[in-house]
Design a binder for this molecule. Structure first.
Ligand SMILES: [Zn+2]
Length: 399
């Protein structure tokens, strides 16, 4: 069993490859769950050690996805969520190089939200998969009810912010909710944001049509993020007064982006990246549970969704319902679109989310950090995961 030792790693594992950050050849040892040594040498040793005509093997910290709705047919907002389902999704994510993720529950009936967060809270304590689930993300239900801005969220469950209700949800989640996506223009949103921030929850602005004034008020109340900037927005907006400029121009806001090659155009990704910089950009997959399944038409609750090889559509509302690719794909796309290089792409897909959410033991390769590492090749800007380690144990191997 590959994963049986994940909570009590006792074996010593040594891996080799090119460090993502400077392409030096590194030998990294993991013991008792953590990185115990890093030896660097020059690339010539690597070239000698590896067979000719094979792709370079890189080592990076495992990817961290702070917005993911489900995976491999397991829907975190669905009616049948179980710990076993979460286990299935987690193991499939390990294959995609994701060592930590924030299961995301979207706008739904409040009882469903509470019930599913209780399941996720149990999964978070699970000895096998819990280490891969540091926190949760609640996207909604306090978002814009208007078409376009609400995206694929069901209008009938959208509401105005209610602090007591949120406390109930947080209780069901055993205090695991660390991000809430909120629309700042809603009645009561600003005091609500303040309370969330005071309680330690990071507030992200999303699925909204906030004015510059409302966005500034949200930032003054402590909001620090924008959820999938450029998506969750109507197709037709005013060229001067729209939610994009104030979020782009405000340095207090870190933007998450879905760089899957479909949710944003190349020029949008390049522009967002230039404005926010590598420090204030975070890649997210926003993958739906359909990610990983064969293309076709699927019924999810009260909605009919169409899965293409690249993306999930909601034909009734003519909007994208979510992504069909894991965050590892976004790493390659952002490199292609922005020419940012592997080091910066990994920073946006691992180091930045670890820092923003104070996950101090992951997101970087340093002695003493947790052994959450991936080995992979990059061919034509496509990341191919060879091996994934969580807490110093091998949890996935391609061969
Ligand atoms: Zn969304």
């Amino acid at each position: 069993m590959l994963t049986s030792s994940i909570y009590m790693p006792n074996e010593k594992i040594t891996i080799q490859g090119l460090l993502y950050s400077d392409e030096s050849y590194a030998t990294i040892t993991m013991e008792n769950g953590n990185i115990s040594s890093i030896e660097k040498s020059n690339q010539a040793n690597y070239r000698q050690a590896s067979p000719k005509n094979t792709a370079d093997v890189y080592i990076a910290p495992g990817l961290i996805d702070i917005q993911i709705n489900g995976y491999m047919g397991v829907d975190f907002s669905g009616p049948k969520l179980t710990v076993e389902g979460v286990r299935k999704a987690t193991k499939a994510l390990w294959k995609a190089g994701v060592t930590s993720y924030f299961p995301t529950i979207i706008t739904s009936d409040i009882d469903r939200i509470k019930k599913n967060f209780a399941v996720l809270a149990e999964a978070r304590q699970d000895p096998e998969i819990g280490k891969s689930i540091p926190w949760f993300h609640l996207e909604g239900p306090y978002i814009s009810p208007f078409p376009g801005f609400r995206g694929a969220h069901l209008e009938k469950y959208i509401k105005t912010p209610d602090w007591d209700e949120f406390l109930d949800i947080q209780k069901a989640a055993n205090n695991g909710i660390k991000i809430i996506t909120v629309a700042p223009e809603l009645k009561g949103a600003i005091p609500f944001i303040k309370k969330c921030v005071e309680s330690g929850v990071i507030v992200s602005l999303g699925h909204h049509n906030g004015t510059a004034k409302e966005i500034q008020a949200a930032v003054d109340a402590g909001a620090t993020m924008a959820t999938h900037l450029g998506n969750g927005c109507a197709n037709q907006i005013n060229r001067h007064d729209n939610p994009l400029w104030p979020q782009l121009s405000n340095d207090a806001i870190t933007a998450t982006i879905i760089a899957d090659g479909f949710h944003l155009r190349r020029e949008e990704v390049r522009t967002f990246y230039k404005v926010k910089g590598v420090e204030k950009t975070i890649l997210v997959s926003d993958a739906l549970d359909l990610a990983g399944l064969p293309p076709g038409e699927y019924t999810r609750g009260e909605r009919t969704l169409v899965l293409t090889p690249d993306v999930v559509q909601l034909p009734k509302e003519n909007v994208l319902a979510g992504a069909a690719s894991p965050i590892s794909k976004c790493v390659g796309v952002v490199m292609e679109y922005t020419e940012c290089g592997l080091k910066n792409a990994i920073q946006m897909a691992s180091t930045n989310p670890a820092k923003l959410f104070s996950l101090e033991d992951i997101g970087e390769i340093e002695i003493g950090k947790r052994g959450d590492l991936i080995q992979f090749t990059m061919e034509d800007n496509r990341m191919k995961i060879l091996k994934t380690y969580v807490n110093g144990s091998l949890v996935y191997s391609l061969d």
